[in-house]
Design a protein around this ligand. Structure first.
Ligand code: ATP
Ligand code: MG
Length: 203
């Protein structure tokens, strides 16, 4: 029997994408032998200030620019095309239907893992995919009683991965651009050029 394809899914707002996201995906790809990693930018939440969350098409385009030289990384507009708010569980259900003969690995930073009990149907998320939780500066691992029902078999369902600590966040990048500070080397140069060209994140 042919081995299952191992597929990584990197969810996020990517507002904008930066090297923290890319290192998380690349180290997960290597550590777990992933054949592909799909990046799934979320839809634009309605009524959000455009200087905060820029249009989904811009975020998708920036993800595409950031991934263009990596043969195993690909942007998927699955959440952007779906109507309504983006729930990870819906994305994983759809991908597991489409990607038969695959094992799904959902990659998330430690801050997201700490929020997981607040997400929609986290137990289902952890059933459809294995959770790959990567380190992020400022956040430490905890698995308290809130996770009992979400991860009944943590040894099988959860993979913790230490990655180089990059103290980079999209919110800090947005803030720096709004105050005309440099963001060079925090994100790919093509993404930086796209931001300036389209005048994103300016006050
Ligand atoms: P914001 O500051 O707007 O929340 P962000 O930098 O946290 O942006 P997101 O799009 O919210 O980026 O994150 C997408 C995923 O990437 C999340 O699972 C998050 O934990 C992870 N992530 C983001 N930045 C890092 C980083 N520097 N190191 C490790 N994981 C990260
Ligand atoms: Mg975040």
């Amino acid at each position: 029997m042919r081995p299952k394809q191992r597929i990584g899914i990197m969810g996020g707002t990517f507002n904008p994408i930066h090297y923290g996201h890319l290192v998380a995906a690349e180290w997960s790809r290597e550590a777990l032998g992933l054949h592909k990693v799909f990046f799934t930018p979320s839809a634009q939440p309605p009524h959000k200030d455009a200087t905060e969350i820029v249009a989904a098409e811009h975020r998708l385009q920036m993800v595409r620019l950031a991934l263009k030289d990596h043969a195993q990384f690909e942007a998927l507009d699955i959440e952007i095309r779906r109507s309504g708010p983006s729930y990870t569980v819906d994305t994983l259900e759809e991908l597991s239907r489409r990607l038969t003969h695959s094992e799904l690995y959902f990659i998330m930073g430690m801050d997201s893992f700490l929020d997981l009990p607040e997400w929609r149907n986290p137990a289902r998320i952890a059933e459809i995919s294995r959770l790959v939780v990567v380190t992020r500066p400022g956040y430490s691992f905890q698995l308290d009683a809130a996770y009992d029902a979400i991860l009944p078999r943590p040894q099988e369902q959860l993979i913790q991965l230490e990655i180089p600590g990059l103290h980079i966040s999209s919110s800090n990048i947005r803030h720096r651009i709004a105050s005309a500070q440099t963001v060079r080397y925090l994100l790919p140069a093509d993404v930086e050029a796209y931001i300036y060209h389209h005048q994103l994140y300016r006050k």
